[in-house]
Design a protein around this ligand. Structure first.
Ligand SMILES: CCCCCCCCCC(=O)SCCNC(=O)CCNC(=O)[C@H](O)C(C)(C)COP(=O)(O)OP(=O)(O)OC[C@H]1O[C@@H](n2cnc3c(N)ncnc32)[C@H](O)[C@@H]1OP(=O)(O)O
Length: 159
């Protein structure tokens, strides 16, 4: 199954966290299974906070972009539409909350989960958490708001 980020149009695919066209970015991939979205990411040694543990800002970025990706996938599903079709359902982070429950070990693959808590109008509230070796180390919530039409039109305009 395609990751939702692989269906974003090129003009909206430069995000540091999830843009497939950003060679220096994290390029996270969120796959929707009809119930939740899952992303997998293995931090690199330079993502260190203290030796052996992952930097919290990276973890927040994973929650952030997986949250907006989950919102997009869920919004297309709720509308009965094929992901990536125009008019684009592309979401921005309006609010990001992250609770670091315990240190996240550096080395193993992280599994990032995203589930919709609320979907109404242009707003999707996503609960997200990071699992490593079967334990949840980070829990967060993203309020994702559909990009306003004028913003999308501006970004998609070709000269
Ligand atoms: C265009 C695509 C670009 C692709 C980028 C992908 C990004 C991936 C993740 C990111 O890092 S995004 C970067 C960080 N985020 C931003 O820079 C967003 C900056 N903020 C904005 O542009 C506007 O504030 C925003 C578009 C998010 C909302 O402005 P609107 O004028 O569209 O909001 P509006 O007042 O119409 O509210 C719509 C709903 O969202 C709710 N809302 C808005 N801001 C909120 C907030 N901060 N917290 C909680 N809820 C919020 C608002 O209450 C309302 O809920 P209800 O429908 O239930 O009434």
């Amino acid at each position: 199954m395609n990751a939702i980020q692989d269906t974003y149009p090129d003009e909206l695919s430069h995000c540091y966290g999830c843009g497939r066209l950003n060679p220096d970015g994290l390029q996270i991939k969120s796959v929707w299974n009809g119930n939740e979205a899952i992303a997998r990411f293995t931090p690199r040694p330079y993502h260190t906070a203290v030796p052996g543990y992952v930097y919290g800002g990276l973890l927040a970025s994973l929650i952030d972009c997986h949250g907006t990706g989950t919102a997009a996938a869920a919004a297309y599903a709720a509308a009965g539409r094929e992901p990536g079709t125009a008019p684009y359902l592309r979401f921005l982070t309006a609010s990001l909350r992250v609770n670091f429950l315990k240190p996240t070990p550096l080395g193993p693959e992280l599994i990032i989960h995203g589930r919709v808590k609320e979907l109404a109008g242009r707003k999707v509230v996503v609960e997200a958490w990071i699992e490593v070796d079967g334990e949840t180390t980070v829990q967060g919530e993203v309020v994702a708001v559909q990009a306003p039409d004028h913003m999308l039109a501006n970004l998609l305009r070709r000269d």
